[in-house]
Design a protein around this ligand. Structure first.
Ligand SMILES: *[C@@H]1O[C@H](CO)[C@@H](O)[C@H](O)[C@H]1NC(C)=O
Ligand SMILES: *[C@@H]1O[C@H](CO)[C@@H](O)[C@H](O)[C@H]1NC(C)=O
Length: 213
């Protein structure tokens, strides 16, 4: 047993030990980098039939405190929380919601100075086939062609805007139900016709005169 042998054993030990230490610190460093404060949350998974207000499409890491709002396409309802926050731990406060197909329609557009009734009555679950009928309060008249909406597999079939106007806002001289646009159009076309007749008359006048001679 020589000193040389002990020396080489201890050298080997220290070499091994420092390698372990090095990899330990490397691992620690990586852990701090990947989960440490300020690193944020990784991009959450996409939601089928839904979307979020995540405008920064190229980013993969979002800062702590980022708030995401999820919404589902028409005909789908969110299952689970639809607002996610990036926590200091680098996790989102929850998984993104799932968007589940639903035949139930969202509450319909609310009329100002009016309302709606449901068929079947009363208004409950706005499921497929439910029909609503808009009406206006006293002193207001409906502006818009069609006062009915039907829930079709989770979507309202008619998205045409509709509103209630004060009765005196309507021009009493206009025939009832005749949209102002068609009046403008018919006025414009009569003016055009008269102009055309005048132009024809002016053009044909010399010929008529020559015929008389
Ligand atoms: C996002 O990435 C696309 C291609 O991956 C690139 O063309 C575009 O310029 C990037 N936008 C920003 C804002 O970095
Ligand atoms: C998303 O919308 C929520 C609620 O409207 C808002 O608080 C949040 O800042 C928005 N997030 C982004 C990334 O625009």
């Amino acid at each position: 047993m020589s000193n040389g042998m002990i020396e080489s054993i201890s050298k080997a030990f220290w070499a091994h030990s420092s390698a372990t230490k090095r990899s330990f610190f490397l691992l620690l460093g990586l852990t701090i980098v990947s989960t440490g404060q300020g690193s944020g949350c990784i991009r959450p998974s996409m939601v089928q039939h839904g979307s979020t207000n995540l405008t920064d499409t190229n980013r993969s890491l979002f800062p702590v405190g980022t708030v995401l709002q999820y919404s589902c396409d028409p005909g789908y309802l969110p299952a689970g929380p639809s607002v996610l926050t990036c926590t200091t731990l680098g996790d989102w406060s929850s998984e993104p919601p799932r968007c589940i197909h639903s035949d139930v329609c969202q509450p319909p557009y609310q009329l100002e100075n009016g309302g709606y009734t449901c068929h079947p009555s009363p208004c409950g679950r706005l499921s497929h086939g439910t029909m609503i009928q808009y009406f206006c309060d006293d002193g207001y008249a409906l502006k818009g062609d069609y006062r009915f909406r039907t829930c079709q597999y989770g979507k309202w079939d008619n998205l045409m805007p509709i509103s209630c106007l004060m009765e005196q806002d309507r021009d009493p001289t206009l025939p009832l139900g005749m949209p102002a646009l068609s009046i403008v159009a018919s006025t414009a076309s009569s003016v055009a016709l008269i102009l055309l007749l005048v132009v024809l008359f002016v053009l044909l006048q010399p010929k008529l005169k020559s015929l008389h001679r």
